[in-house]
Design a protein around this ligand. Structure first.
Ligand SMILES: Cc1ncc(C[n+]2csc(CCOP(=O)(O)OP(=O)(O)O)c2C)c(N)n1
Ligand SMILES: [Mg+2]
Length: 592
C-alpha cells in the first residue's frame, strides 16, 4: 500500500475528483498542504491578495462551468474567518466550493494557540459539512464525503480544517483505486409530473418561474424545450437569468422589487398559474406574498425537500433535481402534444409579448453627468450574446438587471442572495480562470470596486483579462436611495477632494491611478458619447496587454433606480420609454 502524508492523499483525491485549480494564499499552518500541491504539480494555483478574494474566486470558478468545484485554501485563524463571507454567499446561492484551512496542532487546539480558532464551528451554519479532521486516517474519508455532499441534493460549500500535525502525518492510501462516491439527486416521478401538467392544463394564463436550480442542473435546453412545447411564457429569477435567452419569444421578463422589468411584474400579476422550478421564492422576487400569490395556483419543484413550503405553501410540491424534472416534463408534454391534448397558449403568449413591447423604461439620456441608464444602453451595443456578466449588489447591479441582455446560462454571474460588496472583482477573476475563452464583463459601483480593489493585481499577475465597468456616483448609492425613507443622507458619501487628483472633481478616489498602480489598464469617461468608444478601446487594450481593463464612468451623483415594496407598486423615478428611440437597445422594439 502506498504510504504518504495526509496532505498528499488530500491532493490526490482533489485530482481524482476533477480539481485542476485552487485559489488561496499560504501561511505556516497550511504549508504541508502547499508542499503536497507542489509535489503533485497538477493543480494550478492563483495567489489571491486577500483570503476573502480567494473564496469569491472559487465561487466564480464554480459558477462559470457545469461540474466545476472551486477550491479555496488558506492558513489557520484569520484566513478561515476571511473566507466565511465566501462560504455564506456560496451556500446562499447553492454553489459548491471547497474551503481548506490549516489549523494549529491537535494537542494545542484548546490552548489558545497562535491563530487557532474553531473555524469548523464558525463555518457550521454556512456549509453542508465543516470538519476539523483530528485523526489522520480520516482525511481521505473527509474529502470523499465533502465531494459527495457538495454535489448531492441542493449543492453547497464544505470546509475541511486540517491541523498541522494531521497534514504531516503519514497514512496508507491508494490513490489509484480511489473512487468518488455516488451523487444523490432526487428525481420527480411520472405521476407527479403528470399531475403538475394537469394543473397547468386547467390554467388560462400560466407562467414558468425559472430559478438558478435549472442553471445548476445544466438544464437550460430542457427548460426552453418545455416552454416551447407547451407555449408557456418564462419569468427567470435573478439566479435563473440566461436559462432562456433574452431574445426568446417566450421570455416574459424578470419579476421582483428591484432586479425586474415592468412587463415581468405585469405578467406575473396577470397570470393565474405559476410553475416554479429550481427557485426559492426569494423576497426580492416575490415582494409582499399577499400580492404575489393572490388568485394564483402554484406548483413548486425543488431539489431540497425542506424548500417546499418554506416561504408559502404551494398547491402542489415536487422534490426533484430541476434537470430530472424537466426531462420528464418534456417527455410527458410531448406525448400529450402528439395526442392533441395540449392547450394552445398563443394568445396568452402574445399578450405577454405585447407587454414587453410596450412597458419599457427609458435608457437614452444625453445628460452630463451621465445617467446610469445610458451606460447599460452602451454596454448592450458594445457587448454581444457571447458576453458573460459578473456583478454583486448596488444600484449598479439593479440597473444592470433591468437593462442588460443575457442570452446564455451562466452568463449572468451574480451573488444573488448574499450580495457581499467586494465580490465582483475576485468572482470575475475566478470566472476568467474557469473559462478564458469567453469575454467577461464585470460591473461594479464605486464602493463594491473599492472593497476588494487589491485583487486587480491578481488579474495583472496571472494575465486574466476582462473588462470592468465601474459606475462611479461617489455614493453608497443603493443605501442613499433607501435612506430617503429616513429623510437622511448620512454616512453614505464617498466624495472628497483628492489632494493628488483634482481632476476627479471631488469624486474622491482616483480609480484610474489605483488600477494602473495594480498593473491594470484603466480609462475614465465623463460624457455619454465617450462610453461606446471607451468600451471598444478597452477591448483592444485587453487583447494587447492581457490584463483587466477598467472603464470608469462618472455618473450623476444622485440617481434613483426603479424599485418598490410590492410587485404592483414599483416606483419609477425617470420618464418611461415613449418612443423606440427612448430605449434603442431593448430586445423587443417599443411599439410607439
Ligand atoms: C459587506 C457589505 N456591507 C454592506 C452592504 C450594504 N450595501 C448594499 S449596496 C451598498 C452600496 C453600494 O455602493 P456602490 O458599490 O457604489 O453601488 P451603487 O449603489 O452606488 O451603484 C451597501 C453599503 C453590502 N451589501 N455588503
Ligand atoms: Mg456608488
Amino acid at each position: 500500500m502506498p504510504r504518504m502524508t495526509t496532505a498528499d492523499a488530500a491532493v490526490a483525491i482533489l485530482r481524482r475528483e476533477g480539481v485542476t485549480n485552487a485559489f488561496g494564499l499560504p501561511g505556516a499552518a497550511i504549508n504541508p498542504f502547499y508542499a503536497a500541491m507542489r509535489r503533485d504539480g497538477g493543480i494550478t494555483h492563483t495567489l489571491a491578495r486577500h483570503v476573502e478574494g480567494a473564496s469569491h474566486m472559487a465561487e466564480g470558478y464554480t459558477r462559470a462551468r457545469a461540474g466545476n468545484i472551486g477550491v479555496c485554501v488558506g492558513t489557520s485563524g484569520p484566513a478561515g474567518t476571511d473566507m466565511i463571507t465566501g462560504l455564506y454567499s456560496a451556500s446562499a446561492d447553492s454553489i459548491p466550493i471547497l474551503c481548506i484551512t490549516g489549523q494549529a496542532p491537535v494537542a494545542r487546539l484548546h490552548k489558545e494557540d497562535f491563530q487557532a480558532v474553531d473555524i469548523a464551528a464558525i463555518a457550521g451554519p454556512l456549509t453542508k459539512m465543516a470538519m476539523t479532521v483530528l485523526e489522520p486516517a480520516q482525511v481521505p474519508g473527509a474529502f470523499q464525503q465533502a465531494f459527495h455532499l457538495m454535489r448531492s441534493g441542493r449543492p453547497g460549500p464544505v470546509l475541511i480544517d486540517l491541523p498541522f500535525d494531521v497534514q504531516m502525518a503519514e497514512i496508507d492510501f491508494d490513490p489509484d483505486t480511489y473512487q468518488p462516491l455516488p451523487v444523490y439527486k432526487p428525481e420527480a416521478t411520472r405521476a407527479q409530473v403528470a399531475k403538475a401538467l394537469d394543473m397547468l392544463a386547467e390554467a388560462e394564463r400560466p407562467i414558468i418561474v425559472a430559478g438558478g436550480g435549472i442553471i445548476n442542473a445544466d438544464a437550460a435546453d430542457l427548460l426552453t424545450e418545455f416552454a416551447e412545447l407547451t407555449g408557456t411564457p418564462v419569468v427567470p429569477t435573478l439566479m435563473g437569468w440566461g436559462a432562456l435567452p433574452d431574445d426568446h419569444r417566450l421570455m416574459a421578463g424578470m419579476a421582483g422589487l428591484q432586479t425586474a422589468h415592468r412587463y415581468g411584474n405585469a405578467t406575473v400579476l396577470a397570470s393565474d398559474f405559476v410553475l416554479g422550478i429550481g427557485n426559492r421564492w426569494a423576497n426580492r422576487h416575490t415582494g409582499g406574498l399577499a400580492t404575489y400569490t393572490a388568485g394564483r395556483t402554484f406548483v413548486h419543484v425543488d431539489i431540497e425537500p425542506t424548500q417546499i413550503g418554506r416561504v408559502f405553501a404551494p398547491d402542489y410540491g415536487i422534490v426533484s433535481d430541476a434537470g430530472a424534472a424537466l426531462k420528464l416534463f418534456v417527455e410527458v408534454a410531448r406525448e400529450r402534444k402528439s395526442a392533441g391534448w395540449l392547450t394552445d397558449r398563443t394568445a396568452w403568449a402574445q399578450e405577454c409579448r405585447h407587454r414587453r413591447a410596450t412597458m419599457q423604461r427609458r435608457t437614452h439620456f444625453d445628460n452630463v453627468p451621465i445617467k446610469p441608464q445610458r451606460v447599460y444602453e452602451e454596454m448592450n451595443r458594445a457587448f454581444g450574446p457571447e458576453t458573460r456578466y459578473v456583478s454583486t449588489i448596488g444600484l449598479s447591479q439593479i440597473a444592470a438587471a433591468q437593462f442588460l441582455h443575457v442570452y446564455r446560462p451562466r452568463h449572468w454571474i451574480n451573488a444573488g442572495q448574499a450580495g457581499p460588496l467586494g465580490w465582483t472583482t475576485p468572482a470575475a477573476l475566478g470566472v476568467c480562470v474557469a473559462d478564458p475563452d469567453t469575454p467577461v464583463v464585470a460591473l461594479s459601483g464605486d464602493y463594491d470596486f473599492q472593497f476588494m480593489i487589491e485583487e486587480l493585481a491578481v488579474g495583472a499577475q496571472f494575465n486574466l483579462p476582462y473588462i470592468h465597468v465601474l459606475v462611479n456616483n461617489a455614493y453608497l448609492g443603493l443605501i442613499r436611495q433607501s435612506q430617503r425613507g429616513f429623510d437622511m443622507d448620512f454616512c453614505v458619501q464617498l466624495s472628497f477632494d483628492n489632494v493628488n487628483a483634482p481632476e476627479v472633481g471631488g469624486y474622491g478616489v482616483d480609480h484610474v491611478k489605483v488600477a494602473e498602480g495594480l498593473g491594470c489598464k484603466a480609462l475614465r469617461v465623463t460624457e455619454p458619447g465617450e462610453i461606446g468608444p471607451a468600451l471598444e478601446e478597452a477591448k483592444k487594450l485587453m487583447a494587447e496587454y492581457r490584463v483587466p481593463v477598467v472603464v470608469e464612468v462618472i455618473l450623476e451623483r444622485v440617481t434613483n433606480v426603479s424599485m418598490g415594496t410590492e410587485l404592483d407598486n414599483v416606483v419609477e423615478f425617470e420618464d418611461l420609454a415613449e418612443r423606440s428611440e427612448d430605449a434603442p437597445t431593448a430586445v423587443v422594439a417599443l411599439l410607439d
